[in-house]
Design a protein. Structure first.
Length: 489
């Protein structure tokens, strides 16, 4: 009897001791999902939002339609790798940033490029003037010298130097910044009166790119990761800075001019083909077929006259598996829908794009500065509005909508194949989503809701069989950060 009691006491003692050991280690960490939102009305600006729960949860009574996102988390479901998101740095951007006092400029750079801010990791910059330049339009070689293909008068001039210095400051804040250079035009003397490229100057334009890379990389220490040959190469509307160049001429220019020139500089700068709208896939096809040893990627824009269609990128991928794709240019205007930036990011991401740059990074309170000529976009607005008189800046709704992707889907993340369906009614619209996995194993789900009512979304991973559910507020973008799979029970 006594022995039994002793044993029991002993057993209780060990049980309590074990419990103590268990608690000394602490309870197993409960994986925490988080959510962040930006809303059209500015109530949320990358703000914490109601986190998703594991399982189906309980939709509140204010919920409109319900949606399901089914994710292919098998190896085959892992698609393209992300390079980054951001916008185009124009002469206007440079002039406006430089109008800010040093401490304000540093705050702005942190808001845009630091991990504490939007973590933009890709910018495109204009080589010479675009329409978003103060007058007059310039190139890096405005001195007509048709005879000498060494183009002895090449000079980035003060504007080019200021551009390089700003790009350098951006990369100081964001060392993983990918920088892409794009000309809006070759020097005017290399063009016909009709604003088309004159193939007689193939060598000259090759040298132009060499000298550009030497000036920026060698001279100013700004590594240029990639170039496109010509912004929007099918547009030949009058006036500088614009130029049309056919796909066949682009092939000649890459193979006999720019390709060997980059090789000679040793800068390993990638050449991205096309840089034009989704309604002409023949152009990039001709360029990659003709210049496969030099071209590694294709750049697309969104300004197709008829409906822009991002599935052109998936179609291109089906035929050309080894080329990266990017969305390099889509404008934001003063009357664009609040969701414009998320639309031109989410669509390309779900169609194999590795990066997105908006047009443009900064404008002033008058949508400028810009050139005065015909066809200039006087309604285009930047992600940031800068008031050079008051020396202040204001991050715009478009910035937050792009940051909902950029901050949470870093370089090296991969996009997973997914399909979205309405669980409520066949006619439900206005919701879209993308699922990505970060290099650290976190999963980012970015959901756009254009409805004037909250919606409820359930995400299911096919292989791992996880289920996560939660609300997405009306007219807003919500990003869920799901913990790595290994951290879950
Ligand atoms: C879709 O989500 C709802 C919860 O909103 C859930 O009840 C339903 O089972 C899901 N359907 C599928 C096919 O996962
Ligand atoms: C380049 O242009 C700048 C003006 O932007 C000028 O000061 C400089 O002298 C020029 N350099 C050469 C070598 O012409
Ligand atoms: C980025 O932000 C962090 C936190 O706010 C700050 O400590 C750091 O200095 C910033 N980086 C740069 C390069 O300014
Ligand atoms: C310019 O365009 C006009 C009208 O289309 C055409 O007649 C002319 O031949 C073109 N000139 C050049 C140099 O291409
Ligand atoms: C947009 O900008 C253009 C050009 O400055 C102006 O005419 C127009 O009124 C603006 N529209 C809105 C909605 O602000």
């Amino acid at each position: 009897m006594l022995a039994t009691v002793r044993l029991t006491i002993l057993a209780i003692f060990f049980a309590v001791a074990n419990l103590k050991v268990a608690f000394a280690d602490g309870p197993a960490p409960v994986p925490v999902a988080q959510a962040f939102a930006s809303s059209s009305d500015g109530t949320y600006k990358l703000s914490e939002y109601k986190a998703p729960v594991q399982g189906y949860g309980t939709p509140g009574c204010s919920i409109g339609n319900k949606w399901n996102l089914t994710v292919d988390d098998s190896p085959n479901g892992h698609k393209q790798t992300i390079k980054g998101f951001g916008a185009t740095v124009t002469d206007a951007t440079v002039a406006l940033f430089n109008a800010l006092p040093a401490d304000t400029l540093q705050n702005l750079l942190n808001d845009l490029f630091n991990s504490s801010g939007a973590k933009y990791q890709m910018v495109r910059h204009t080589m010479g003037s675009s329409d978003m330049s103060p007058e007059p339009a310039t190139s890096y070689d405005d001195t007509n010298d048709k005879t000498d293909s060494k183009i002895p008068h090449f000079n980035t001039s003060d504007r080019g130097v200021a551009m390089g210095e700003l790009l350098d400051k951006m990369r100081l804040v964001q060392p993983e910044l990918t920088i892409v250079g794009s000309p809006w035009s070759a020097p005017s003397w290399m063009k016909t009166p009709n604003n088309t490229f004159d193939p007689a100057y193939t060598q000259h334009l090759g040298t132009y790119f060499t000298k550009y890379l030497r000036a920026f990389w060698g001279g100013m220490g700004v590594k240029i990761n990639a170039v496109t040959i010509q912004n929007d190469p099918l547009s030949a509307l009058p006036g500088l800075p614009r130029m049309s160049i056919s796909a066949e001429e682009a092939v000649q220019l890459i193979n006999n001019g720019i390709g060997p020139a980059i090789h000679e500089v040793g800068s390993q700068t990638a050449i991205w083909a096309y840089d034009g709208n989704t309604d002409n896939s023949d152009y990039p096809q001709t360029v990659v077929d003709g210049s496969s040893s030099y071209v590694k990627a294709v750049a697309w824009q969104c300004h197709a006259v008829l409906d822009n269609d991002w599935t052109a990128l998936s179609d291109f991928h089906d035929k050309n598996k080894n080329y990266e794709q990017y969305m390099t240019n889509c404008w934001l205007k003063n009357d664009s829908a609040w969701s414009a930036a998320s639309d031109f990011t989410l669509g390309p991401l779900n169609n194999w794009a590795s990066g997105v740059t908006a047009w443009t990074l900064a404008t002033d309170t008058q949508n400028g500065p810009h050139l005065a000529g015909e066809g200039v976009c006087t309604a285009c607005v930047g992600l940031v509005m800068i008031n050079p008189t008051a020396k202040t800046y204001e991050l715009q709704t478009h910035h937050y909508m792009l940051a909902q992707f950029s901050k949470f889907i870093p370089r090296g993340a991969s996009v997973l194949s997914s399909s979205l369906s309405s669980a409520s009614s066949r006619s439900a619209t206005g919701v879209d989503a993308v699922f990505a996995e970060t290099p650290d194993g976190f999963r980012a789900v970015v959901i756009v809701n254009k409805n004037a009512q909250d919606v409820y979304i359930t995400v299911e991973t096919r292989v791992a069989g996880e289920i996560w559910s939660g609300p997405v507020g009306k007219t807003s973008v919500v990003t869920w950060m799901l913990p790595p799979l290994g951290d879950l029970d």
